[in-house]
Design a protein around this ligand. Sequence first.
Ligand SMILES: C[S@@+](CC[C@H](N)C(=O)[O-])C[C@H]1O[C@@H](n2cnc3c(N)ncnc32)[C@H](O)[C@@H]1O
Length: 283
Amino acid sequence: MMTELTSSDREFIFSDEHFARIRRFVTVHTGIVLPDIKKNMVYGRLSKHIRKQFNGNFDDFCDAVENGDSEVQDILVNAITTNLTAFFRERHHFDFLSNTVLPELYKKNHLTKRIRIWSAGCSTGEEAYSLAICLYEFFKDKPDWDVRVLATDLDANVLQAAKSGVYDIERLNQLELKEKKMWFKRGTGDRQNLIKVKTDIQTKVAFKRLNLLHQWPMNGPFDVVFCRNVIIYFDKETQAVLFKRFAEIMRPGGYLFIGHSETLFNVNDQFTPLGKTIYQLPS
Ligand SMILES: C[S@@+](CC[C@H](N)C(=O)[O-])C[C@H]1O[C@@H](n2cnc3c(N)ncnc32)[C@H](O)[C@@H]1O
């Protein structure tokens, strides 16, 4: 049985006021809402930084965050974000992309021969590379097509991992052997427990740091947006603003994919639900 951490169990003083200050910054800056039950999680994720850089003093940490110290703000944001992801997570989304969306875009975009997909909230990159694999498989005998994935996240640490394209071999456990061989290279010697995404796939993805709540520097239009398991942590108003902005940056008829426990119900009515958390803009 799990027992709750009480203030006397904690190494450093972490008051309700500290939590309120941290929570305020995180919600305004990232959209992530931290309910009361997350207080211990926040303490746990921050305590090593508080020990190392702030002599165990949460007051100093909160002051630095509020005074705009961007390094400390990054520590906070990187510690708070939940980065769970996987290659081909919710495989049915990738099947729908490969079997329905890409054949449709192949006809629709034949004049421009261009397809743009956005993985918004890409974490360590598995989603973006899974998208790039779908593009690679569909377009490998059509070299005149310009097909790319933009992958963005707010957390600098996960982006660094994503850009490397290197993963522990266990991350591929869900894939068939032939898929592993087609899309990844295995390390040798003391790197034999690592795999790297093959170059032809890796070069289709551009990773950039982007806070979804801030201005977006790109123009789009995107044919497809994957924003999965990101808005689950946002309140409804933030979700509504975000989906309106997605609709603006997407092509008419564009497809939006969200996480299995997320919904646009009572949040946005511009997209038509197609089932299985797949949505489409009118053409
Ligand atoms: C659980 S991961 C989802 C990864 C992937 N989309 C998937 O479904 O497997 C959520 C990601 O959203 C990112 N995120 C949270 N708030 C964000 C924001 N305001 N702007 C950009 N990314 C954000 C987090 O850093 C985290 O990497």
